[in-house]
Design a protein around this ligand. Structure first.
Ligand code: A2P
Length: 280
């Protein structure tokens, strides 16, 4: 869990992150973050929109870890697009989290409903604020989330800094081949949110059978698949036993044959996201 990938600007990022989307604010968020850090995770992923930054911050504090000993990501919410608004939103997130800097700050969505007609401009303006925050040391790396190639193409027209990360919905049921290929070609790390397909992946029989063969859980098989692809999975759980289990991925390896078998499951759980039709 302390192994790292190296981002385009040299920043080291632990290869498994602990996800907190849909983790309720309050004691649950605090105690699950504490449990994750106790289990050895050193990378926590949250967002302003998750509404749990204060509790995540409380969990980080309660762990007793020094700031430099964990990697922390948060995200710019849709309502806060624009140069001034983005600067303010980052300061608010830092305050809520109780930290002086985050390791990674992401634009959460490329084209929220409020900016449907001028998303390119909104992203460019927000990005400028994020580049300045990088320069000022308020963030150690910057990136995007849910961006498709056309959104990245637009952003790169004005960006001085290429996003270091694109965090996308990425699991055996949705391989996002075009986005991943684009990310790879631009040295952008593909982070996988909902790496367990928000739980739906557990129903897939082929994965259940494979898990039996490896004497592992379906979650471990799927997370291992994500890692062997070079993705950065962000599993979420509020249960300590699952949190521990989801971090135990380094004492087995999937064969090439089984990697291919999982790749072939694309579409199996009927999951997909389409940023063009999201209405946040
Ligand atoms: P819970 O938080 O109650 O443990 P994703 O990361 O793809 O969004 O998936 C998260 C979902 O999968 C949550 O519903 C979570 O529930 C569940 N989950 C996470 N880890 C495991 C696991 N090891 N075994 C079974 N369910 C899990």
């Amino acid at each position: 869990l302390t192994d790292t990938y190296t981002l385009a600007n040299g920043v080291e990022i632990p290869i498994v992150g602990f996800g907190t989307w849909q983790t309720p604010d309050g004691d649950v968020a605090k105690s699950s973050v504490e449990a994750a850090l106790k289990a050895g995770y050193r990378h926590i992923d949250t967002a302003a929109a998750y509404g749990n930054e204060e509790s995540v911050g409380a969990g980080l504090k309660a762990s007793g870890l020094k700031r430099e000993d964990y990697f922390l990501t948060t995200k710019l919410w849709n309502a806060d697009h624009g140069y001034e608004a983005a600067k303010k939103a980052l300061d608010t997130s830092l305050q809520k989290l109780g930290v002086d800097y985050v390791d990674l700050y992401l634009i959460h969505w490329p084209n929220p409903a409020a900016f449907r007609d001028n998303w390119a401009e909104a992203n460019a303006d927000s990005w400028r604020a994020m580049e300045e925050a990088l320069e000022a040391g308020k963030v150690r790396a910057i990136g995007v989330s849910n961006f498709r190639p056309k959104h990245l193409d637009e952003l790169l027209k004005t960006a001085k800094v290429t996003p270091m990360v694109n965090q996308i919905f990425l699991n055996p049921s949705d391989l996002q081949p075009e986005v991943v290929a684009y990310n790879d070609a631009h040295n952008i790390l593909s982070e996988a949110y909902s790496p367990l397909g928000t739980g739906k992946i557990f129903e897939v029989e082929a994965l259940q059978k494979m898990a039996e063969r490896y004497n592992r859980s379906v979650a471990q098989i799927v997370l291992r698949w994500s890692l062997q692809h070079g993705f950065l999975p962000l599993p979420k759980s509020v249960h300590e036993d699952r949190i521990i289990q989801n971090g135990q991925l380094f004492d087995f390896e999937l064969s090439h044959h089984d990697m291919t078998l999982i790749d072939d499951l694309h579409g199996v759980a009927g999951l997909a996201t389409d940023p063009d039709t999201t209405n946040f």
